[in-house]
Design a protein around this ligand. Sequence first.
Ligand code: DAH
Length: 352
Amino acid sequence: MEKQPPMQDQLTQIEKRALQDINEARDLKSLQEAEVKHLGRKSALTALMSKLKDLSPDEKKKIGPLSNQIKTSITNKFEEKRAQLETIEIEAKLKTEFFDITIPGSAREIGRVHPLAQLQHEVENIFHGMGFTVADGPEIESEYYNFEGLNIPADHPARDMQDTFFVDAKHEAKHGRLVLRTQTSPVQIRTMEKYGAPLRIIVPGRVFRNEATDASHETTFHQVEGLLIDTHISLANLKGIMTEFLTELFKKEVSVRFRPGYFPFVEPGVELDFSCLICTGKGCSVCKRTGWVEFMGAGMVHPNVLKAGGIDSQKYRGWAFGFGLERLAMMRYGIDDIRLFHSGDLRFIKQF
Ligand code: DAH
């Protein structure tokens, strides 16, 4: 085998050849080729550097830093030359091509987060700060999770409250027919089954109802479900959490009140209102002169629901709530038609 000159000399050679090619490069293309040749994976420099590990410690100390130094210097020279060539090529172009600098530029559109998604993230953040986890479940749900598990049997009148889209599926689901979920409540059962107690979740999600649409009704909308299960839980905790949540969301002192309400999956059930932000309780058109805005349904989780979720209702109890995200967004931004959210109208979306 031919004897190789010492590494130091090889490095000097490598540098010399590289600088020569850089000097001779007349355009960006040939410079690019030279760069691949001298710094690329198959270059003499890369080959030499891969052999450094076989050197004696003494030599390594000498050759290691030297080869790095040479690599940096070659790299810098390439950069310098590239900048030079770029300027030359642009100047040449400007001389030969006509460029009308008075033509208006084309602005690049920047996308933005949908107002509902923005609000959802805010809601998640606030609840996250209070120890809640965000859970989710399927939008195509079985009748069992959407109804039976939530203490709504097949012949229960409560099913009339919700007009349901049934999915025309060939196969029966394991738990009855398939539906587009009409509420986020089925995720209560799914999370109880999966994680057991104690539990502290919110479930933001899309829900569907077979409804005639108008300014306040849509077939597709969003809810945020909440579920807290522990050993010593009462509606007082819910009142505290919701006051805190709304105050933080609206950045204003907000108070809440309960009214009796009926939902099959809670006992007792309540409706929660909050003090009108427009008139601060004095009465205006937004709160229909009552000083209160209807916000959500809630209550103490029914023992049958705990049972369906596999949780010992002797040991644990909890509360649940569900509110509409669109309604909250409408109140917050003064939007008067729910259909705008899914209209895909950029004139609407761009305002947020
Ligand atoms: N799922 C109910 C609905 O869609 C809202 C609701 C009411 C959820 C009471 C709850 C609750 O968790 O406790 O109208």
